[in-house]
Design a protein around this ligand. Structure first.
Ligand code: SF4
Length: 347
């Protein structure tokens, strides 16, 4: 568990952040390292000491100007992804308690929180992972209390009658994360619909986005590539997802959380080693280290070909599964997976 109280130590001892940053991102060093954190160079925008050197842009920034940069990027994404003039918007922010979703909640509240015609809530999905999710819930609850935001919690147990720990221990065809991702998306959509959300915001950052693009390309899943969020079109039974941190690198969400003394959950899920995305994270991290700006280029290239992809795979008409969730076939993916698990279970 991290809160920003280590900031003074962090600013005065340049070795601390490197250790801290490496530990935080699943053992993959991320692209701010001690050689990029400097206390001898002034900020490019003012005369204060810089706290970070951003390799892909070559900028040295102090704490205030670094935060200003992250906030401007987030505002720009919000403007691109939703109509900010829309009255009565209701944004449900999916908050796990990790650094990205915590920063997303904080920034959305900072940018839009003053608006009287807009409602915000935080939404946490408890997958039922012992020793992991239970320790993040109080952190999200504290953040919501501080910001005065309603906090909704939905559990796999009440929605699907099972937990991730039970699924992990059962005979199954997919990795644990293969089930968790599908069920979590269904849980978030269901809870957001119940709350009558007009948008569902996630904490997906630039690294996550570049990894997803690379993953779908490598697997030849072009159709899924065309459907990656953010969603511009409102579709039946599906709350459109927005990704305000889409152009903010993971290292910057972490630094933003530390500089702003935001408390977040820094515990690794016990099933994290099963995630397919780990290999892509590692490849991208090496590429970014060698060629700063790689993640931005991947996102830019994707955005350039997206109109052609959308022509090739226009949004399908979504039907309604018996559980109420959207589906392109008779049954939604979550129901399919739950049924396959039930078949594999001894009677
Ligand atoms: Fe779920 Fe896998 Fe993430 Fe753990 S690492 S929360 S099992 S998706």
């Amino acid at each position: 568990m991290i809160d920003g109280s280590n900031l003074t130590c962090w600013l005065s001892a340049s070795v601390y952040p490197y250790k801290y940053l490496c530990r935080s991102i699943q053992k993959e060093p991320i692209n701010i390292s001690c050689r990029h954190l400097t206390s001898v160079v002034n900020c490019d925008k003012c005369r204060r000491k810089s706290i970070v050197f951003i390799r892909y842009s070559g900028a040295h920034l102090c704490g205030d100007h670094f935060c200003d940069l992250v906030e401007r990027k987030t505002k720009r994404e919000l403007r691109r992804q939703m109509d900010l003039k829309e009255r009565s918007a209701r944004i449900a922010v999916a908050v796990s308690g990790g650094k990205d979703s915590t920063v997303a909640l904080h920034l959305i509240h900072k940018i839009l929180g003053e608006r009287k015609d807009l409602d915000l809530c935080a939404l946490t999905v408890d997958e039922g992972i012992d020793g992991y999710r239970d320790s993040s819930l109080p952190i999200v609850a504290r953040a919501c209390r501080k910001l005065g935001i309603e906090h909704l919690v939905v559990t796999f147990k009440e929605l699907f009658g099972t937990t991730m720990d039970e699924i992990a221990g059962s005979s199954r065809k997919l990795s644990t994360c293969g089930y968790c991702g599908v069920l979590r998306r269904a849980a978030m959509n269901r809870a957001a619909k119940d709350w009558k959300a007009t948008h569902l915001a996630t904490g997906l950052n630039l690294d996550d986005t570049a990894q997803s693009i690379l993953m779908n390309f490598s697997r030849g899943d072009v159709e899924r590539l065309a459907r990656l969020g953010p969603h511009k079109r409102v579709q039946n039974y599906l709350v459109p997802r927005i990704q305000p941190l889409r152009s903010v690198p993971e290292s910057e969400t972490l630094l933003y959380a530390v500089v702003n003394k935001l408390e977040f959950h820094d515990v690794e899920c016990p099933y994290a080693s099963e995630a397919l995305r780990n290999s892509y994270r590692s490849v991208l991290s090496q590429l970014e280290d060698k060629y700063p700006g790689t993640r931005h280029s991947i996102l830019r290239s994707y955005e350039e070909i997206l109109p052609a992809l959308e022509k090739l795979y226009p949004p399908a008409e979504l039907g309604r599964c018996s559980c109420g969730e959207p589906t392109m076939s008779e049954k939604c993916k979550a129901c399919e997976l739950l049924e396959s698990l039930a078949k594999g279970r001894p009677t």
